[in-house]
Design a protein around this ligand. Sequence first.
Ligand code: 6PG
Length: 244
Amino acid sequence: MAKVIIQPDSASLITFTAQRIANMIHATLQLNARFSLALSGGSTPRPLYERLAAEPYASGLDWAKIYIFWGDERCVPPEHTDSNYQMAYEALLSRVAIPKENIYRLRGEIDPTQAAADYEQDLRTFFADENELFDLALLGMGDDGHTASLFPGTAAVHEMEKWVVAHHIEKLQAWRLTLTPGALNRSANIMFLTSGGSKADMLRQVLEGEYQPATYPSQVIKPANGEVVWLVDTAAAAKLTPKP
Ligand code: 6PG
């Protein structure tokens, strides 16, 4: 069962999440030489990335030991305004002392099938133990229940063997690159960051409804040996059944 943490508003949600991530990085780096972090796209995480780029995190985190990946990417060049890489670069990566070699991006500018195969290879090389991928994967949820670029009704939602796929999303009329449940469910920690009233009905459906991942892809995120935490604001949590 996923854990849900509710914060009063979107500003406190960002403050809380940044501190939780920083605590996790510090704790992991006490034991391990590196911390692997998969970032999400969309609009919700931008203020989180900006917060992590500010003090106390800019100089308090050991950025040289942090390795950055993405859960999904749009098929556009890295300087494009729709690029998830570009958003994270502007908001965070260009502002902290992270070595360029620590940044593993999905190449939205090349043939999507090739980009997916290349990223799969990058992941399989980086993660020596194929059962333990990211220390932390950040995810968001769309109003339709998608997460990463795992959209309702797509085969990618059920992909457990391949770690990365490229697929054409009919309703967006666009190609997307996405990590699959086969990869994301090998994370040690997953944090879903969800805010705003437009997500309230879907959040209830995903967390309290029947298990129907083909329709509600966020439900498929259930790491075998990891923890899932939903970090939400009161607006997004408005339709959840109150806990006694
Ligand atoms: C993307 C995503 C996507 C996102 C959700 C939520 O590239 O669009 O990674 O899965 O997390 O669509 O997006 P918002 O934060 O904009 O609501």
